[in-house]
Design a protein around this ligand. Structure first.
Ligand code: UDX
Length: 439
């Protein structure tokens, strides 16, 4: 069992810490946000993630998981130090690495003996080189004999299924510069029994950005095809199924809708485009992915206006605020963008989300938040589905049809079945499928 330190108690960091603790390692989970650490000590999670509360509680109880604000203390006690702090997007799309640099300086100041420093945050290619240089300058001024290694080990977990993704990964990617670093990471990940790609740090860094960009590309591709389906009386669900059964293409990440959001895809895509530009490589393909994604929200508004005409003073009910189901994360949520556009058109919006309402209230003002999905639709001109929560599919739509002023649904996530909606008398519009009119 190893002594591990994870710096940054965000989505990647906290899950990494909780899962390694669950596997029996002793893990120090560090964050400079004192309130976050105080809350974690009381068992209060900083975000919603299924299963995380129980997993962290068990780690704390077994004394495998320790929360602290002190990088110094945590680094001193650990052999492996994971950096999992945020790398937000700057105005120009570039990744902001100030938090990484600050952490790296603190690590350099704390190192007393050999450590393996692992970047787990999504970072631009060559960040590892900067990390090594920064730590080396600080450490070797103090004691030239102290040794350390830097490695890259990107994390591919998705919010909402983060624990299962972490513990049962499709692959482990490791970028190393020394045998010693490779051995430590092989030992750490051995119990996962997953295929392991061991390469140099630059390749590992690129794997993460390229993977997220490729998945974004897949989504924009299917959204583009959905547009064609709408014009040619075709069904995007069947088209995606027919394509996805080819194992070279695959069925996943092929759901058309109002576009991708969240704190990873938009940010990583923009950062990767920036990296391409800086390196003098033409990344126009990815710029197009971004453009298609941005256009999704405007097209959705167009679809609504083509049915309802003016939106001024129309009452619209919204199901879903988070950027996808099973999370309360509102960052870069397409639902939030759509609501802002509806507001700018003068519509009166009432929204409901199973988990994201508290956060949404701090971000989206000028709308009403309902206590239940049924309250959303009372007297509304139409219902909009913006996040694909399962529970929205399980509602009583005959009741919803009666509560709405007119039974009109715009499904931005293809959550519902057009045949069923037609039977229940709805005018039902979705993405890349022919509209149905059961009235
Ligand atoms: C993503 C990556 O999947 C993960 O590997 C990485 O570590 C972090 O970024 P996450 O941001 O949690 O994970 O969400 P994900 O499930 O990938 O969805 C991203 C966005 O794409 C969501 O807005 C989702 O609604 C959208 N999406 C996803 C689609 O529009 N269609 C799809 O078929 C899949």
């Amino acid at each position: 069992m190893m002594n591990i330190c994870v710096i940054g108690a965000g989505h990647v960091g906290l899950i990494t810490a909780a899962c390694f603790a669950d596997l029996g390692h002793k893990v120090w989970c560090v964050d400079n946000d004192a309130k976050r650490i105080a809350n974690l000590k009381k068992g209060i999670m900083p975000f919603y993630e299924p299963g995380l509360e129980q997993l962290t509680a068990s780690g704390v109880q077994k004394k495998h998981l320790i929360y602290t604000t002190s990088i110094k203390e945590a680094v001193k006690k650990s052999e492996v130090v994971f950096i999992a702090v945020g790398t937000p997007m700057k105005e120009n799309g570039e990744a902001d690495l100030v938090a990484v640099e600050n952490v790296v300086i603190s690590i350099g100041e704390a190192i007393n003996e050999y450590k393996l420093i692992v970047e787990k945050s999504t970072v631009p290619v060559e960040t590892g080189t900067w990390i090594r240089k920064t730590i080396s300058e600080i450490v070797h001024r103090r004691d030239p004999k102290i040794k350390f290694d830097v490695a890259s080990n990107p994390e591919f977990l998705r919010e909402g299924t983060a624990i299962a993704d972490f513990l049962k990964p499709d692959r482990i990617v490791v970028g190393v510069e020394s045998k010693r670093a490779e051995q430590i990471l092989r030992q750490l990940y051995e119990p996962f029994k997953a295929p392991m790609v061991v390469t140099n740090i630059h390749s590992s860094e690129i794997i993460k950005h390229a993977s997220n960009s490729f998945l974004s590309l897949k989504i924009s591709f299917i959204n583009m095809i959905a547009d064609l389906c709408e014009k040619k009386d075709a069904d995007i669900i069947k088209v995606a199924e027919g394509m996805g059964l080819d194992p070279r293409i695959g069925p996943r990440f092929f759901n058309a809708g109002i576009g991708f959001g969240g704190f990873c895809f938009p940010k990583d895509l923009a950062a990767f485009i920036h990296i391409g530009d800086k390196a003098g490589v033409n990344f126009a393909l990815l710029r197009e992915v971004e453009r298609i994604n941005e256009a999704r929200k405007y097209q959705f508004i167009r679809m609504i206006k083509d049915v309802l005409w003016n939106l001024t003073d129309k009452k619209l009910g919204v199901f879903g605020l988070s950027f996808k189901a099973n999370t309360d994360d509102m960052r870069y949520s397409p639902a939030a963008d759509v609501i802002e556009l509806l507001k700018s058109e003068g519509a009166h919006v009432t929204a409901y989300d199973p988990e994201a309402m508290e956060l949404a209230k701090t971000m989206i003002t000028g709308i009403k938040y309902a206590k239940s999905p049924y309250d959303v639709v009372k007297g509304a001109d139409a219902l909009l589905i913006l996040t694909e929560w399962d529970q929205f599919a399980e509602l009583d739509y005959s009741r919803i049809a009666k509560l709405l002023k007119k039974p009109v649904v715009f499904d931005g996530r293809n959550l519902l079945d057009p045949v069923v909606m037609k039977k229940q008398g709805f005018q039902y519009y979705s993405i890349g499928r022919a509209p149905v009119n059961g009235v």
